[in-house]
Design a protein around this ligand. Structure first.
Ligand code: UDP
Length: 487
């Protein structure tokens, strides 16, 4: 493909959150496999999280680098070092979240300076940067949008905005059907993101969504981390019924083929990766359930306690990732979220990772037989790729839509019973529900049926990114379009 003097140079600019930065780095790596030169833009505080895998790639001669622009913390009235969404630890920080989003709008100027200096052939920028289309247009550069979610959710979001079915029910718990969306998909107002429930009048969120959608429409198109076989009805709907130009190129996590690639992905893990694999090696195939709620969701101590008791009562082997550090500024934090003597009792049976887990490395191990997930799209896709059934535990953002595709369209998971969208901290789930759901994906005929469906999707995912596969071909045709455009 493109090489030598015709080599394309593409800039990738992810939103400052791990769920956006991780797949964007994967995507940039994927483009380099087609001879493209790729640069990922980020801020000083975020650079260490992505430079580990980029550094390794560039040592191998791959043309991939990081370009750093300053984050305006002080200007935006944010604490020093507050450069990533994972700095949010609870709802009380809502004001800071708004400031954080506002601060990202100030990245337009430094982005434009970079574009002017390097004149890349294309800018792939996150949907949270609606101003990026105009920034790129100033220099005649096409802008692609990356939403970081499924075709299904992209369609669902559009469906709600177009038909407002949630305004035609009389209570928050009354189900409504999503009009003109393939499948009989039902939701309740309780499951919608808070901002989406607000009247579509003039408020910050509706203004942002409008700007984002306008920017989508004026952009060159949308790149989607998904594969056609997984959600073809929604991929078709998005393109044909909604008239969007889109390329599906995923699962992008599959560009990480070996141990090192997977271990270097995202933040530095809080466990020794080899030790973690050793622990998994000691377990039978499909005998461990993996529990992780992504990079932002943050549960209360009471909920963590309930999860611990549920896991113990389920009798299953587990790896449980908790977004808490044992040490807080050098002080031993009192762990009020674990039952007395829990870890001693669970020795050999359960592993708690406090902080960051090497998720793909764990999911891809044959001992892992199920995944309890908050339904972030990356996590779902990584679970699908690994071929494991899922317990769905949506918390915020578009995760309730993602839950629908898992349980009702793909039929590879079961819900833990969350009824209500809840910013960051999540709706409370009792231990009995946790035991029931975990056991249902790990044991019995239904579990086997879901596992075999999940495995089939996992195989399709791998074929999609191989030569001639749907995602591989879509990526080639995107690169060809961009090359032709340049000449
Ligand atoms: N992740 C990880 N280790 C963790 C937590 C998350 O590697 O301990 C990765 C996970 O593999 C995924 C991303 O972080 O690629 C999280 O994205 P997702 O869309 O699942 O959720 P979000 O963090 O955006 O809510």
């Amino acid at each position: 493909m493109a090489s030598g003097i015709c080599q394309l140079h593409i800039f990738f600019f992810p939103f400052l959150a791990h769920g956006h930065m991780i797949p964007t780095v994967d995507m940039a790596k994927l483009f380099t496999t087609r001879g493209v030169k790729a640069s990922v833009i980020t801020t000083p505080g975020n650079a260490p999280h992505l430079s580990r895998s980029i550094q390794k790639a560039s040592e191998l001669g791959i043309e991939l680098d990081v370009k750093i622009i300053k984050f305006p913390s002080a200007e935006a009235g944010l604490p020093e070092g507050w450069e990533n969404l994972d700095a949010i630890t609870n709802e009380v920080n809502r004001e800071l979240i708004v400031k954080f989003y506002m601060a990202t709008t100030k990245l337009q100027k430094p982005l434009e300076q970079l574009l002017q200096e390097h004149k890349p052939d294309c800018l792939v920028a996150d949907m949270f940067f609606p101003w990026a289309t105009d920034a790129a247009a100033k220099f005649g550069i096409p802008r692609l949008v990356f939403h970081g979610t499924s075709f299904f959710s992209l369609c669902a979001i559009k469906c709600l905005a177009l038909y407002e079915p949630h305004k035609k029910v009389s209570s928050d718990s009354e189900p409504f059907v999503m009009p003109n969306l393939p499948g009989e998909i039902k939701l309740t107002r309780n499951q919608l993101p808070d901002p989406a429930k607000q009247d579509m009048g003039d408020n910050d969120f509706s203004r942002f969504m409008k700007a984002s959608d306008d920017s989508d429409l004026r952009s060159y198109g949308v790149v989607v981390n998904s594969f056609y076989e997984l959600e073809h009805a929604y991929a078709d709907h998005y393109r044909k019924a909604l008239g969007r130009r889109a390329w599906h190129i995923g699962p992008v996590s599959l560009c990480n083929r070996n141990f090192e690639d997977k271990a270097l992905r995202g933040k530095q893990a809080s466990v020794d990766e080899q030790e973690c694999l050793k622990w998994l090696n000691s377990k039978q195939p499909n005998s461990v359930v993996y529990i992780c709620f992504g990079s932002v969701a943050n549960f209360t101590s009471a909920q963590l306690m309930e999860i611990a008791m549920g896991l113990e009562a389920s009798g299953q082997n587990f790896i449980w990732v908790v977004r808490k550090n044992k040490n807080n500024g050098g002080e031993e934090e009192k762990e009020d979220w674990l039952p007395e003597g829990f870890e001693k009792r669970m020795e050999g049976k359960g592993l708690i990772i406090r902080g960051w887990a090497p998720q793909v490395l764990i999911l891809d191990h044959e001992a892992v037989g199920g995944f309890v997930t908050h339904c972030g799209w990356n996590s779902i896709l990584e679970g699908v790729t690994a071929g494991v059934p899922l317990v769905t535990w949506p918390v915020y953002a578009e995760q309730f839509y993602n839950e629908k595709i898992v349980n009702e369209v793909l039929k590879i998971g079961i819900g833990v019973g969350i009824q209500k969208w809840c910013r960051i901290v999540g709706d409370f789930v009792k231990r009995e529900a946790i035991v029931k759901a975990v056991n249902e994906i790990m044991m019995g005929d239904r579990a086997e049926e879901m596992r075999s469906r999940a495995k089939a999707f996992g195989e399709m995912a791998k074929r999609a990114v191989e030569n001639g596969g749907s995602s591989s071909s879509n990526l080639n045709s995107l690169i060809e379009d961009l090359s032709l455009r340049r000449h």
